[in-house]
Design a protein around this ligand. Sequence first.
Ligand SMILES: Nc1ncnc2c1ncn2[C@@H]1O[C@H](COP(=O)(O)OP(=O)(O)OP(=O)(O)O)[C@@H](O)[C@H]1O
Length: 349
Amino acid sequence: MSIQLQNIQKKFGDFVAVDNVNLNIGTGQLTALLGPSGSGKTSLLRIIAGLEQADSGQVWFHGQDISERHVSQRGVGFVFQHYALFKQMTVYENVAFGLTVKPKKQRPAAAEIRRKVMQLLELVQLDWTADRYPSQLSGGQRQRIALARALAVEPKVLLLDEPFGALDAKVRAELRRWLRRLHDEIHVTSVFVTHDQEEALEVADQIVVMNKGRIEQQGSPEQVYDNPVNPFVLEFLGNVNLFHARIRPGGVQLSTVAAPETQQQDTLAYVRPHEIEVLLQADPDSIAAEVDLITVVGPSVRLDFVAQDNQQLIQVELAKDNFKRLGLSPRQQVWLKPQQSRIFLGEGI
Ligand SMILES: Nc1ncnc2c1ncn2[C@@H]1O[C@H](COP(=O)(O)OP(=O)(O)OP(=O)(O)O)[C@@H](O)[C@H]1O
């Protein structure tokens, strides 16, 4: 089931929450709506679901305009951040719920319901919890059951709003990988809302970066990360250092201080922490800096440097091997050499 959004506009009072959004989501894709708080992700998801009505524009499912169709007629399944399971029902009963409340004519036979629920519980690897109550499960397990419950009615579209938002970092990371594997098995067209760029980069086939109700960029994780179309996308997808860049014949010279010449020659250059080489000796195009803080994060090392000329903070990320080879210690003098940078023309300073 593909999804097309055409010129979707949604206001709350005078506030424009979704601003003329056009979006195509291919059949079987796992799409992340990524953006800061208040950027309109949830509003857009709710419009796709039919929980919210757009002021103007259309929602198409597989070439059919379903804008006027009620949520119950759209064939969507939901998982929310706090999608409370029914406390008084067992896990089995929770997952079976959507099937047991179907009108008699459409309701599968009891044996078929049982087969299906157990199959779903196996899919989310929690078949052993069938007779438990939600209070006897961990938060991560509850979200997996919520997903099994959403899938039980065979939705054509699965919508997830920060499904792992309330869980701790480790469980979150596990569930992300698990969701990716699950999606590879069932291929249901899915849209999930997140403000966590790592989550979007790791899980999604397609990322839609939103800002102030608009789409800034849409593309594969590689496309949006490697070729951001503007500074907003670049900065939202991970840490970045800003330098003054002077474009001159044969290349770009980066510096922490503005060029003394005319303003037009100076522009901003963006460099990610892993794109900076640390040198122990001066080099013509390097920036003198001092080690300020060293933080070892598993296999990589995050370093804060302070530029010698204007005390600007520069963040660098090194593989641990490289860090050890350099033998860096606090207050040591080094030279930083950006290996690549991005310049968005018109971003003059
Ligand atoms: N029912 C409503 N009434 C008034 N304003 C609303 C309503 N729903 C959303 N908004 C406003 O619309 C904007 C977009 O909200 P939305 O929930 O879509 O953003 P979001 O990107 O999902 O944010 P978050 O990550 O914080 O959930 C926000 O400024 C919000 O305050």
